[in-house]
Design a protein around this ligand. Structure first.
Ligand code: ADP
Length: 480
């Protein structure tokens, strides 16, 4: 089937490039018209001055001739003004405009040529040279102002010179005839110079078109990038909102799995055979692991979606640190690691959300225990920041992290080797969560690490935590 059957054929088979070129040239000609409209009648008036004040040398030209000369220029100027007004804002139909301008140029140039008739005095050499001078000016000005368009310039200069030559040719005397011949030569020269001037116009237009093309290409690229960004942002927003909303749906069945597998493993309703108990224990462990992953994932999603809410309050960190030690102590012991909790004598006040604070420390200690080899040392330290804020650090002498990986370590899913770590069970969410929670308090997490030496993560809590929600509402109030 011919898929192009309904594609309409373009009316004019003129290449787009040519249309743009013609359009630009015609616009230049139109732009040159106002000067012609004003200066031509004025120039004709001034050109009559020698006949008024120096008639003895320049010849006696009657007032009627002067009035007719000025009148003709006024008429052609008026006609030019009509054409100008019709085309000044926008060239709508290129062919029509081009035709209008050609006709206008013929009329206008013929009008200029009549100067040779009205101001000419037979047998007066000074007068004849003066008129020849006017002719030179007229042709030069015509060629100069219409150089952008070859046809219009040619038509204009040829018409004006033809009217001049006609007058010189019928006049008696050698001066007149020599002037006629010189006018032909002058016309040739003017056409040649006009071609040179047009080359400059060609170059200028080529640069302009190249710029326009570049600007168009840039605009398209920018629009494309903006569109893609909006799409990506929309997709990201819907993803995070979806994840945040999934919390309930994901946790409920998992809690059932955990609860019932625990009942079976503990034989709460009567004995089960050993193998079933083992399976139930496996189900329970896998479920618990899955639940912690889902919790991390949902928390990161909530933070990204701006839906995580915290409740900062004056906090004694010691019981929370103690509970982390109890949770992680046996795991560290199993790996032969020392897990040392230190705190400075005079701890600065801590204002934080208790659950978030515990989650931060727990994530950091879990990482330290997970990634530090057997027999390693882990130190959890609390103290004051330079500005009096609260700082908690977790330091280990584990494998460390390569420099190039450190920059994106706080971004979600930034597992160092970017794949699921089956030993540690890592997903690259722990540090993102730490950073997100710290930032919700108006604080931040930072990391120092050296390969084969160890890793130290520092989390800073400001003295007066301004939660992000509070920052948002403060900004909104300021805006109103
Ligand atoms: P997860 O531990 O779940 O993979 P994290 O965001 O906590 O995610 O950590 C991101 C990555 O940073 C980890 O996969 C690990 O490679 C590296 N990492 C984090 N903490 C340590 C540490 N204490 N020692 C060495 N590497 C670490």
């Amino acid at each position: 089937m011919n898929t192009h059957a309904h594609t309409p054929m373009p009316d004019v088979a003129v290449p787009k490039e040519d249309l743009r070129d013609t359009d630009a040239r015609l616009k230049q000609i139109v732009a040159s018209l106002p000067a012609s409209i004003i200066y031509n009648p004025l120039m004709t008036v001034f050109a009559a001055a020698p006949f008024v004040f120096g008639a003895d040398s320049f010849g006696h030209v009657s007032w009627l001739s002067i009035a007719l000369a000025v009148g003709v220029q006024c008429l052609t100027s008026a006609a030019t003004r009509v054409i100008y007004i019709a085309n000044r804002d926008k060239v709508r139909d290129l062919h029509k405009t081009q035709r209008d301008l050609l006709i206008q140029q013929v009329v206008y140039s013929a009008g200029c040529g009549t100067l040779g008739w009205f101001y000419w005095c037979d047998g007066n050499a000074v007068n004849n040279i003066y008129v020849a001078l006017l002719m030179v000016c007229v042709l030069w000005a015509g060629a100069f102002t219409r150089a952008a368009h070859r046809q219009i310039m040619t038509v204009g200069t040829v018409t004006a010179s033809a009217v001049f030559i006609a007058r010189f040719a019928i006049a008696p005397g050698t001066v007149a005839h020599v002037t006629a011949v010189l006018t032909v030569l002058w016309l040739g020269y003017i056409l040649l110079m006009g071609a040179t001037a047009r080359k400059r116009v060609d170059e200028m237009l080529a640069v302009r078109f190249a710029n326009e093309d570049l600007t168009d290409a840039l605009r398209v690229a920018r629009d494309d990038a903006l569109r893609k960004r909006f799409e990506a942002e929309a997709a990201n927003a819907s993803k995070t909102i979806f994840l945040a909303n999934m919390s309930h749906e994901l946790r409920t069945p998992l809690n059932a799995i955990l609860g019932f597998s625990d009942i079976i493993a503990e034989q709460s309703f009567g004995p089960a055979i050993d193998r079933y108990r083992e399976y139930a224990r496996d189900i329970h462990n896998s479920g618990a692991h899955l639940l912690s992953l889902i919790n991390d994932l949902l928390d990161v999603a909530k933070i990204e979606a701006g839906k995580m809410e915290i409740d900062p309050q004056p906090l004694d960190p010691l019981p929370l640190l103690e509970s982390v030690r109890r949770l992680m102590g046996s795991r560290a012991l199993a790996k032969g690691q020392t897990l040392d909790f230190r705190e400075a004598e005079n701890l600065p006040p801590l204002v934080a959300d208790p659950r978030a604070f515990k989650q931060i420390v727990l994530n950091l200690v879990t990482n330290a225990v997970k990634y530090t080899p057997n027999g390693g040392h882990i130190v959890v330290d609390c103290g004051a920041a330079d500005d009096g804020g609260f700082v908690v650090t977790v330091e280990d002498n584990g494998p460390g992290i390569r420099k190039e990986k450190l920059t994106k370590i706080f971004k979600p899913f930034s597992q160092v080797d970017n794949r699921y770590d089956s030993n540690g069970g890592g997903t690259g969410l722990g540090l993102a969560l730490v950073q997100g929670l710290a930032q919700l308090h108006g604080g931040m997490a930072s990391i120092e690490s050296e390969v084969d030496i160890g890793t130290k993560v520092t989390v800073y809590f400001p003295l007066t935590p301004l939660t992000l929600q509070a920052q948002h509402s403060a900004l909104r109030t300021a805006a109103h």
